[in-house]
Structures are given as C-alpha cells and as structure tokens.
Design a protein around this ligand. Sequence first.
Ligand code: NAP
Ligand code: MG
Length: 399
Amino acid sequence: MSKIKMNPIVEMDGDEMTRILWQEIKDELLSPFVELNTEYYDLGLPNRDATGDRVTVEAAEAAKRLHVAVKCATITPNAQRVEEYKLHEMWKSPNATIRAALDGTVFRAPIMTSRIKPVVNTWEKPITIARHAYGDVYKATEYRVPGPGRAELLFTGENGESFRQTVYDYECPGVLQSMFNKDSSIEAFARSCFEYALSVRQDLWFSTKDTISKQYDQTFKFIFQRIFDAEYAEKFRAAGIEYFYTLIDDAVARVIRSKGGFIWACKNYDGDVMSDMVSTAFGSLAMMTSVLVSPDGNFEYEAAHGTVTRHYYRYLKGEQTSTNPVATIFAWSGALRKRGEMDGNGALAAFADSLEKAVLDTINAGTMTGDLALLCPGPDVQKVTSAGFIGAVRARLEK
Ligand code: NAP
Ligand code: MG
C-alpha cells in the first residue's frame, strides 16, 4: 500500500510524558500510513531556553503561513522549573505566545465514546466551549473603598472631551471594580467562532447578560449579530447550521436539556466557569481536545491536558506508564483532517477519520488506559500501558 501524501503542517513538539507519546504516535500510527510532511519546531523547554524562546515565535509565524498546526503539551515554567531546567529566564507560556500571535480563540471539545457516560444523561454529542480570552474581570481595576465617598467612572477622550458618571455614593466601606473590553477583540472572537462553526458544521450559541448589562454585554451581542449578518449568514445557511443568541441563564437551562452537538461561545468569565463544568460532566481531562482558531482561519490543534509530569517521573525510573494518548492522537487527526479539507485531499481526511474510529473502537472493545478503566469498570475492561494502547489502535488501523 502506498502512503498518503500531504502538504506541510506545522509540528510543535513539547515536553515530558506527552513528548514521549508524541514520538510513539508518529512512529506507530502516522508514519506507516502517511508520508508525514511537517515543518518541525522543537518547543521542548530546553530548546525554548536555548533559543531565547525565539522558536515559539517562529512556530506561531509558521502556523499563520501554513494555516494548520499541531502542538504537543509544553511546560509553562514556574520558579521550580527554572531550577529544574536551569533556565536563563522564566519564559512565558507558549500557548499565550501563540494565542497572541494568532489573535485566536480556544475551542475545547470532549471526545466521546459509548462507554463513558456523561453525567448529564441527555447529552449524546459533544458540547464545545469557546471562551473569549481577553479583558473583563481578568484585567479589571479594583479598589477597596475605605469609607463614605463618591465613586465615579471617568473617561477622557483624545480630544479632551470627557464622560463622567457617578457609580455610587458610598455611605459605608465597600468595594469597587471597573473592567473593559475592545471592539477589535470582540470582533476577532466573533469571527473565530463563526469560522470554527463552519469548519465543524455545528450550530453556534452565544450568551451574555445583555438585559442587565445594556452597554457592555449588549456590545458583544450587537457585534456578533452585525458580523454574522454581514459575513456569515449566507455561509451558515449553505452549511445548514444556525447562529443562536440567548441570555446566559436561558443558555444554561437549554444546555442541560440539550442533546449536545453545538458550540457554546462565552465571555471570558462565563467560559472559564462553564468549560470546567462541561468538561467534568463529560468525563475526563485526558479525553478533551483543544483547537486555537484565528479570525482569518488558521487552526492549531492540541490536547487540553498538560505534560503529565507525575507519569513522566515514573517513566524516567523505567516504569511503563498507562498515560492516555487519546487527546494527543486526536490533535494529530484534527490537524490532518483540516489539512485534507483545505487542500481537497480526500485520502488524508479519510485517514484522520479512520484513525479516530480505530481509537474509539479500541476503547469500546474494552482496551484502555488506567484513567479510563477507572471511569468505566466492567468485566471485559483490560487496562493497558500507553504503548499497549497505541499498539492495539495500530492493529485495528491496519485492518
Ligand atoms: P496535567 O499534565 O494535565 O496532569 C494533571 C493530572 O491529570 C496528571 O497527573 C494525571 O493524573 C491526569 N492526567 C492528565 N492528562 C492525562 C493523560 N493523558 N493520561 C492520564 N492521566 C492524565 O497537568 P499538570 O500536572 O498540572 O501540569 C503538568 C505540566 O503541564 C505543567 O508544567 C504545566 O505547565 C503544563 N501544562 C501545559 C498545557 C499545555 O501545553 N496546553 C496545559 C496544562 C498544563 P494522575 O497523576 O492522578 O494519574
Ligand atoms: Mg478555570
């Protein structure tokens, strides 16, 4: 059988246990079937340190040029890592650097199998959360009000014109907060959401509290609607999908009653809270994918989990670990499918489908890593090592 050919994607290697899995996945599940064509960037911490983190910036630039990237989990250094890796600096999170360079939005979606039952028993399909990762309470200015006095909101325009409004006349001590956002960031968020919905052909929901927040939240609602009407309404109709706006409290009630199978876009804080709620209700962090989408249609795929440090230390001692490689495999299949779709390379997209099916069939047949075996115990469940799992997937894939 001849191998499937492909145009290049960006490959960003990473750290620790996921770096080990990365190589095994390439050797066992990809290279035997696809003539892998990647522009390789080593984002492992030692190389980020050796290049003064230039490699991360170059990888992000490459993602803009080739439009599709796949990334391994990476260490975000803290004081302990600076010591452990003898770093020259406490480098920034690579994900933050890449997200800033692509001006992108992160979409998190659970990988569902028939064996792992969501806590909400009406959910049949994944719910993807899109979180606006800019501004709001995360960049707020806060003040502890010591006692009676007047709090005011003051804006001074470039031309010297100003806006002043009383927030509250305090008669006692209290607290005060002001937060901001920018049209340009909200527009980028909206476009990323519409692009992603089209790319996966799923309905897009967006929720805020615009009935209460008549300037702030309403601006989000209006910008989404304006961009949808002007740029996406026709494309959505053609794809047979919908854009749907509702109040956040109504959205919460509808999400719980839904069958799933849509994207739920949230403001920064709502997305922070709801993504943990939804991912926990679906089952396992090791079964969560993540894709960064830029408003101009660049895609970077990764697993939502980290480098699984505790398993790596056991691996270094010579132990065969049972680390779950599924989300990392799906990062690869996501990137290969996107490459295939963009280039009209049907064989590549079909390979991505087969790979995912082989993974899910393996789990549904009872072969799984320890984290999943704990979630769905059964007489036929066989707990295997990472290598054992990858080997079982390969056997199915060859069939
Ligand atoms: P983590 O790597 O996600 O692991 C936390 C725990 O979750 C693990 O110890 C393990 O639990 C379980 N787990 C996660 N993924 C698993 C998998 N694939 N298979 C089986 N179990 C899995 O988070 P962390 O330990 O907080 O962070 C480790 C490093 O990852 C940090 O340096 C952090 O900066 C980095 N990180 C990177 C990214 C990214 O690149 N996107 C995201 C998050 C964290 P048990 O030990 O109980 O088995
Ligand atoms: Mg959180």
